[in-house]
Design a protein around this ligand. Sequence first.
Ligand SMILES: Nc1nc(SCCc2ccccc2)c2[nH]cnc2n1
Length: 159
Amino acid sequence: RDQMTAKKVFSLVFVRNASEILLGMKKRGFGQGKWNGFGGKIEPGETIPEGAVRELQEECGLIAKELKNVGLLEFKFEGDPTLLEVHVFETHEYHGSVIESEEMLPKWYNLKNIPFKNMWLDDEHWFPYMLRGEFFKGHFLYRGEDLILKYNIQVLDKL
Ligand SMILES: Nc1nc(SCCc2ccccc2)c2[nH]cnc2n1
């Protein structure tokens, strides 16, 4: 409603192979202590996909040769006017070697063994849509980091 609400735009990239997904343990900053995809703030002057490729390489060393936009997530935290807009991508074609960075400790997980207990609470809600190849849009209202007050997820179209 309030057009003055600040919006921060982030990328979030998941690297996939046939049976696994690459996650990173966030070593500091926002989301520290949680496994997540690789991403961060989109900088002025770069497109969202450019920011996604940049953050992936900075955080785990891999260079995405293609990116598929698989969903859009919006987060609000009660008491904070900022809206986080997170553009979610998958890549199946990449080169380079996985390296640990100051930000992230990368680790491959079997798709049947995703460590949801050590991830953001919302991930368990929308991962199934991503893994089914459905394009999704989710909105989550948090109180702190450990309680989701409200959420909705919709499939926008099946890719
Ligand atoms: N999976 C997931 N990711 C994020 S933030 C992702 C974007 C980001 C932001 C800052 C640094 C690096 C990456 C979340 N926030 C609230 N729930 C969440 N779930």
